[in-house]
Design a protein around this ligand. Structure first.
Ligand code: PLP
Length: 385
């Protein structure tokens, strides 16, 4: 740190320089992220609540009520209005909390968790932090978890089974109904990672899309991750962990002698109330109708990309169920194709299972961006011939 401070103007000037090097969602060039531009209302509210600390909720009673309001709205959306939970930093922390609750409730000596091979890497972090053995279940030919493989991995040490509703790489929805039956029979915690899917699957279902059940309506489901900062249009960081009831939170509560609450179940202490307030604001503003419209719009853009790729003879990995399209060039590897696209100014991501270019059609990607992308993909095909 310098001895003498700089004038505010100078600091802002320096910051602008740094910010110019960042990509922006509004450019439509960020194709592989699950985050997006937050809604202007949510941004405003976020700034208004910057100082509120949900780690000491007795001081911020209003914000605490907003957090409960969000948990109530999300619980209702996911079929359990009495669900308990918290607004936290994102899917990673939510998955970590779910695994911690499951481990503490089960009390196994050598705890293990079973996750699909398609699960997000946050479960590796959770396993490492919590001392859990991670067992990976195989996928079927449609890249959903193979239920028989899960069944075979269950042992007396299994403390949780994980299903994914909207996989990170392909947007697949695991057969949660079957997982729920297994977990009910075996009395095992079933956690559903709907970090991505939680803010789109229910709304697509409401418009008549034939997508499977994945939420608390299925009695075996004990907890759900859902991220407002993905398809919910809330600012980063806004994640949510929901449990079927408060006993799961009690299973990991720690005494907090000097604070206004006497017990705390979250991993972090001081935590942002701004995320809860901004999420509350955007959910109230959008309503179910607003999210349904958004879901239909992004699926329209998804279909345009899908159809354009097929016309250009690119190979789809699977038919998209949600707003993610993964594809390959018939002759060129995905990393080489990614390099070509990056040279043309696109920020793409390459999936690992299977290797493919993966485009997440987040709300910041409009039809006109897809037309430009398809033109570039056509150019790449023509240069090959
Ligand atoms: N779970 C799923 C299915 C995800 O796709 C992601 C991130 O993309 C996460 C968890 C982790 O979320 P975060 O990056 O907000 O911690």
């Amino acid at each position: 740190m310098d001895e003498k401070g700089l004038p505010e103007e100078k600091v802002l000037e320096l910051l602008a320089e740094f910010q110019r090097r960042d990509m922006t969602y509004t450019s439509g060039r960020i194709l592989g992220s699950m985050c997006t531009s937050s809604h202007p209302l949510a941004r405003r509210v976020y700034c208004d609540f910057l100082e509120s600390n949900l780690g000491d909720p007795g001081l911020f009673r209003g914000t605490r009520e907003l957090e409960s309001g969000v948990i109530g709205m999300l619980g209702e959306l996911l079929s359990e209005p009495d669900a308990a939970g918290h607004i936290i930093t994102g899917g990673t922390e939510a998955n970590l909390m779910a695994m911690r609750a499951a481990r503490n409730m089960a009390g196994a000596e050598k705890p293990e968790i079973i996750v699909p091979k398609s699960a997000h890497f946050s479960f590796r972090k959770a396993a490492d932090i919590l001392g859990l053995r991670l067992r990976e279940a195989e996928l079927d030919q449609d890249y959903r978890v193979d239920v028989e493989s899960v069944r075979k991995l269950i042992s007396e040490n299994t403390v949780a089974v994980v299903g994914v509703a909207g996989t990170t790489e392909l947007g697949r929805i695991d057969p949660v109904e079957e997982l729920s039956e297994i977990c009910l029979d075996e009395d095992i915690h079933l956690h559903i990672d709907a970090a991505f899917g939680g803010f789109i699957i229910p709304f697509l279902r409401e418009t008549g899309a034939e997508l499977p059940e994945f939420d608390f309506k299925l009695q075996g489901v004990s907890s759900i991750t859902v991220d407002p900062h993905k398809m919910g249009l809330a600012p980063i960081p806004s994640g949510c962990i929901l449990f079927r009831d408060a006993s799961y939170l009690d299973a990991m509560s720690i005494e907090t002698p000097y604070l206004t609450e006497k017990q705390q179940s979250t991993i972090v202490g001081t935590r942002t109330g701004a995320s809860a307030a901004a999420t509350w604001a955007i959910m109230k503003h959008m309503g179910r109708e607003g999210y349904r419209k958004l879901a239909l719009r992004v699926m329209g853009v998804t279909r345009r990309l899908r159809d354009g790729l097929v016309e250009l003879d690119y190979q789809l990995v699977v038919e998209p169920e949600l707003n993610i399209v993964a594809f390959n060039h018939p002759a060129m590897g995905p990393h080489e194709l990614a390099d070509r696209l990056e040279e043309l100014g696109w920020a793409v991501s390459v999936s690992s299972c299977p290797p493919a270019i993966r485009v997440v059609l987040m709300p910041h990607i409009m039809e006109e961006h897809i037309e430009l992308l398809l033109r570039d993909l056509e150019g790449i095909r023509l240069r090959e011939e």
